[in-house]
Design a protein around this ligand. Structure first.
Ligand SMILES: [Zn+2]
Length: 441
C-alpha cells in the first residue's frame, strides 16, 4: 500500500466506478477481475475479490436502475460481461436469462480446478526428478501477454497483479499444501516453468539447478583444449579437453546430463598453465544428485595432466565475475624463443631494458582472424626477463596485462603487433613453447 492509502480512506465509489468502466468494455471472470484489484484486502483469493466487486457493482446498478438513472440495455450489457451475480439479478427483475460472454483473458478457464491441475502437473515433474525444494516460473504466450497488457493499460490500474504472479503463487501454494514440497527462493533444486498458450493450455518444463563449483586448474601438458575441438571434417583436433576430462569423472557420481566449464580467460591450446593455476567454475548440468563433499570431489578429479582443485560452491555471479575480470588479471608467461641467427646477451639486455612499462598495440592476430573481428587492442608489458639457452635460443618471462597476445609480441605478426621482440632484436623470432606461470587471482 502506498502512502496515499494511509492518509486517504478507500474511495468505494471510485472502485465501483472503475469496475463498471472495465466491465462495460471487457467480459471478465471473477479471477481476472479480482486480479485487477489484487492490492485491495489481504487473505482473499482473486476469485473472491472479483465476485465481491461484481456484487458491489450489482448494488449500484440496481439502485441506478430503480432511480431510472440507467435503462435495461445498460443492465444487460454489464450482466453479459460479468456473469454472476448480475445475471441472477436480471433473472429476478425481468425473468430473463442472460448468457454471459467468455472472459476476455482466460475464456473462463481459470478456476480452482484448473489451478489444481497445474499444481498436479508441476508436482509430477518434480517427483520424477526427486526434487523437494522448488520455485515456479510462468511463461505466457505472446498473445496472452498482449491481451493482459491491453487490459491493464486501458484500466490504468496500479493495483493489479499479473496473471503470471497469480499462477506462480497459487500453484506454488498448492504444491506445498497438497504434496508437501517446499518452495525455496534462495536455493531451489529446480525451477518448474509453467508455459501457458493463448487458450491457457499448459505445459510444464523442469529446469534443474546446476551444481556450481569454484576452483582453479593447471594444465601440465600441451595440446589440451578447454572444450572439445573438432576439425571441419568432424575429426578431433586435440585428444583431450579439460571439460571432457571433468565430465568423465563427474557425470556419473552426480547423475548429471553433462559438465561445463567457465574459466577466467583461456590460454592457447599448446600452452601449459603452471603456477597457482587459472580460476574456473565447474557447472554440473542437470544433476540428480545434489549433495556432495568437496574433499571427495577433489579425490575424484585428481590427475597429473589436468589438475583441477575445487575449493567451494559457486554461484552464477561467480561465473559473471570470472568473465568480467579475466581481462583485468595480469599474467606472467614463460616463452622459449628460437632465432635463425645468433642472439647475444647484450641484445637480450637491450630487450629487457626496452620492455619496461611499454604499451603494445595489437591488431587481432592473423591466426584467429577467421574467428574474431579485426580490432586494435592496447595492452601493457610491465617487465621482461630473459636467459640465453643456446646461441640461437632464449627463454623469456613476460609480465603483462591480461589479454595480450604474447606469441605475437615475440614474432610481430607481420607488423600487426608493435613494438615486438623481433623488431627490437632485428631478427626473425619464433616462440616454440609457451607456459602461463601466473594469473592474478
Ligand atoms: Zn478470466
Amino acid at each position: 500500500m502506498g502512502e496515499s492509502s494511509i492518509s486517504t480512506p478507500l474511495d468505494f465509489n471510485k472502485i465501483v466506478k472503475d469496475v463498471e468502466k472495465t466491465l462495460s468494455k471487457y467480459p471478465l471472470c471473477d479471477h481476472c477481475l479480482g486480479r485487477l484489484f489484487a492490492k485491495y484486502g489481504v487473505g482473499l483469493s482473486n476469485r473472491e475479490r472479483g465476485f465481491s466487486l461484481k456484487t458491489m457493482l450489482g448494488f449500484k446498478l440496481h439502485d441506478d436502475y430503480s432511480s431510472k438513472r440507467i435503462g435495461e440495455d445498460r443492465l444487460y450489457a454489464l450482466a453479459e460481461n460479468s456473469g454472476e451475480p448480475l445475471t441472477r439479478m436480471l433473472q429476478k427483475l425481468f425473468t430473463q436469462n442472460v448468457s454471459p460472454r467468455k472472459c476476455f483473458i482466460c475464456g473462463g478457464r481459470i478456476s480452482d480446478e484448473w489451478l489444481d491441475s497445474l499444481a498436479e502437473a508441476v508436482y509430477e515433474k518434480l517427483r520424477e526428478a526427486s526434487v523437494t525444494r522448488f520455485v515456479i516460473g510462468v511463461r505466457l504466450s505472446r498473445k496472452l501477454r498482449e491481451k493482459e497488457l491491453s487490459l491493464i493499460a486501458e484500466a490504468g490500474f496500479t493495483r493489479a497483479e499479473s496473471l503470471k504472479n497469480e499462477v506462480k503463487r497459487e500453484v506454488g501454494k498448492r504444491v506445498m499444501i497438497k504434496y508437501g514440497l517446499m518452495p525455496d527462493f534462495e536455493k531451489p533444486e529446480a525451477t518448474a516453468i509453467v508455459k501457458l498458450d493463448e487458450d491457457l493450455n499448459h505445459k510444464v518444463e523442469l529446469v534443474i539447478t546446476p551444481v556450481l563449483l569454484k576452483g582453479v586448474y593447471n594444465k601440465r601438458g600441451r595440446n589440451i583444449s578447454h572444450v572439445p575441438w573438432f576439425t571441419k571434417q568432424g575429426g578431433r583436433k586435440y585428444p583431450l579437453s579439460i571439460q571432457e576430462y571433468l565430465e568423465s569423472r563427474l557425470t556419473i557420481p552426480f547423475k548429471a546430463k553433462k559438465v561445463k566449464i567457465h574459466a577466467a580467460g583461456r590460454e592457447d591450446v599448446d600452452a601449459r598453465t603452471l603456477g597457482p593455476g587459472r580460476p574456473l567454475v565447474i557447472e554440473i548440468v542437470e544433476p540428480l544428485v545434489r549433495s556432495y563433499d568437496i574433499g571427495n570431489i577433489n579425490e575424484l578429479i585428481r590427475s597429473d595432466l589436468v589438475e583441477v582443485r575445487v575449493s567451494e560452491p559457486a554461484s552464477r555471479r561467480d561465473i559473471e565475475l570470472l568473465k568480467q575480470t579475466s581481462r583485468e588479471r595480469r599474467k606472467v608467461y614463460r616463452l622459449l624463443v628460437i632465432s635463425p641467427t645468433p642472439v647475444s646477451e647484450t641484445q637480450l639486455n637491450e630487450l629487457e631494458a626496452f620492455f619496461r612499462n611499454v604499451s603494445i598495440q595489437q591488431r587481432t592476430p592473423i591466426r584467429i582472424l577467421a574467428r574474431k573481428k579485426d580490432v586494435l587492442r592496447v595492452r601493457k608489458v610491465y617487465e621482461v626477463r630473459t636467459r640465453l639457452v643456446t646461441s640461437t635460443s632464449f627463454e623469456a618471462l613476460v609480465y603483462c596485462d591480461g589479454g595480450l597476445y604474447v606469441k605475437e609480441l615475440v614474432h610481430c605478426d607481420q607488423g600487426r603487433t608493435n613494438p615486438c621482440f623481433a623488431s627490437i632484436l632485428n631478427t626473425e623470432l619464433k616462440p616454440v613453447e609457451l607456459d602461463v606461470l601466473y594469473i592474478e587471482h
